[in-house]
Design a protein around this ligand. Sequence first.
Ligand code: DC
Length: 237
Amino acid sequence: MNLPDIIIAVDGCSSTGKSTFAKLVAAEFGLLYLDSGAMYRGVTLFAMEQGFIGQDGSIDQAALQQAIGQLDLHFERQDGATKLHTGARCIESEIRTLQVSGYVSPISAIPFVRSWVDERLHAFSEGGRVIMDGRDIGATVFPNAQVKVFMTASEEVRAQRRLEELVAKGQNTSFEEVLANLRERDYIDSHRETSPLRQAPDAFVLDNTHMTLHEELVWMLGLLQGKFTLLEGSLSC
Ligand code: DC
């Protein structure tokens, strides 16, 4: 199925499977996948490494604001995937630790961090043919995105999926710890003042609590065929 030059926004709570879904859709339809959460995680790792986050979790916002101008975060294609880099260093696995997850929501609630990330997301998306996942992509970053998906799943299913991901990466954690982090992030993400997690009014809801990835792709194909009625096609998997 050939898609026109479009932007697809995929938003939703933590661990609803947005990135897995968006990566699959990107591969299926030949789109560039951009993970906006990775950018917030990259800023968080930077703040941690620069010593801008205190033992008590307090953030030295003035120091971060001064230093962020020198931060180079960008995506590079490696082994068929887009991976976040700072300079020549790949930080894809470092940004996924529970420690970074513990600080990323307060960092992403800072208005100057959000505008810094949004500017880069716009620059990376020039030319279109992009699928981007996050919390506020359809509602705020790309309100004119041609296709908007809002993903949901039950809290327990989300925590279990995230736990399996972390354990597979060798991280030592428990269901309770993961569930607590997920609840806390959802709360901060949806209650912050600047650009909270929000379902765009024209977004299509995808509840994948009881869905396989293949079923999600079939759902997406149906959505795209409905929107772009001239195009016909089927999935390659
Ligand atoms: O999708 P993720 O869990 O990797 O995102 C990490 C954090 O970044 C999440 O807690 C909320 C924040 N985020 C955001 O505020 N806006 C986005 N567009 C994407 C992520």
